[in-house]
Design a protein around this ligand. Sequence first.
Ligand code: TEU
Ligand code: CA
Length: 586
Amino acid sequence: AEKHRWWKECVVYQIYPASFLDTNGDGWGDIPGITKKLDYLRDLGVDVIWLSPIYKSPKIDMGYDISDYEDIDPMYGTLADVDHLIQEMKSRRMKLMMDLVVNHTSDQHTWFLESRSSITSSKRDWYIWKKPKFNADGNRQPPNNWAQILGEANSAWTWDEATQEYYLSLFTPEQPDLNWENPAVRLAVHDILRFWLDRGASGFRMDVINLISKVQSFPDANITVPSHKYQPADKYFANGPRMHEYLRELRKEVLNKYDTITVGEMPFVRDEDEIIRIVGTQSESLHMIFAFDLVDIDNEPGNFKYSLYPFNARDIKKIVNRLQRLMIERDGWNSIFCENHDQPRSVTRYCDDSDEWRAMGAKLLSMMQTTLSGTLYVYQGEELGMRNVPLSWGPEEYKDIESVNLFKKYKEMYPNDTSKMAEARKVLQRKARDNARTPVQWDSSPHAGFTSPSAIPWMRVNDDYKAINAAAQLELSNSPKEISIHAFWKKALANRKEHKTVLIYGDFQLVDDMHEQIFAYKRFDTKETWVVVLNFSGETVEWQGLGELKVNKWVMGNYDEGSLEKKVKSRALELRPWEGLLGICE
Ligand code: TEU
Ligand code: CA
């Protein structure tokens, strides 16, 4: 893992375009809005932008349902706007990473329109079509019992009346799965990659890329959710038999001819060998993956997402340690992230987002992420400590198809049961993808400066924007005593780069690994040793876990910097709620 590469060292910032910045007053963020904020991002320390989909799309799943991979959705702008963005990024030495969503297309893509037009269409085999089954009563059934991912009460198969067959649509009926077994599909995908690389993009975040190969016998899944008719079937559609072949083909045919960064989004991966087969140096596959362990931490066993499963600092340690060690020992590479457009806000989830502790928690998470080995991904608004939507928001404020489906399911299952509806609201306020999708809070003007005052934002702005916004934090950044979350991130990112041999490429080891509240670890190489001490609790903790380590100097802390001096050298450390410290050892 020691080979230095730019894609290991860069800071990637994810932009969710609809919610970033609107420049024409239609209530939707757009590409010119991104160009406008490049200096803000460069100043923060961002090298690469991962742009969530901006392609033509009916937006049933907010652009993860693409109807034209080589054109831009008019809501976001034009190809000329993208060319301009890339040019402006290049002049700032920044790179662009596109979102590649090729497990499925939109049902409005011409490929699918052709495919569904008749059983004999030349593109029929571009998607996964199957004949119906019939049960004993002669009722038509889908070919197997697989459940949809974004609406788990439903079948993953969608009936096509015209041609009397089902097609596979793992996410929603409007997102038919491509048939990667067909070589023509793979060639078409290669063309998409070339199109964007030739236009100046520097790589891809590959959406659910481990779903592209399915077990071709399409067997029924075991019944794991007895209350449901349809069952989770990732065993048969994730990490399938030909996945490695397809990924290596992408590398060989396209990626190796360019200097790229690639990250595969891979839900349902738990096997370590499986991970190393992809990200190991020898693999000739992807540079890294997004593993879901840390963001699945509060899912009930069985991975039921809309649950509030309790966890503590020990669980966080166990997960981080496992992946850090795995990559170091087996020569792979990590990606580091706590947020993205599918997850609630990290300060709400892992810390305490109350007015009293929000800033501490956000800085604590920044300190953790900037001192771990791997490529770092920051999600828009994370650098401001943005938090989840308030509990007072009703179902009408939730725009995500998955949230809409969940509310619908509750309404169907428990009609007129207000306590059940309150339960749905509570779990969505904690876990819904919408939490990450509220507009970025730029300043304290109407709509947080996201769009013009008279416009209606596509999604409601979080009510807390007067207190939590970029402008206020940029003003604060000059105060030496209490720096803003934004200023803290900037400083932590700069520190990471300055000490990259140890903080990015160095070894990792837990310190006092059994402690219930403190997550402490050292980062070291042959020349230096650093120690990170994070109090993942809302209590003051007397901690004596340094053991043999002698701290020479505490260089960063998330409480006021003045207090660092006092910490020096004492054996027992007093860590205040959510306090984090970074020190260099003798
Ligand atoms: O997500 C795939 C995925 O499996 C999860 O992140 C999923 O969103 C989550 O489990 C649902 O609760 C990717 C995209 O990031 C997501 O936005 C898309 O909806 C999905 O693929 C389909 O393209
Ligand atoms: Ca706009």
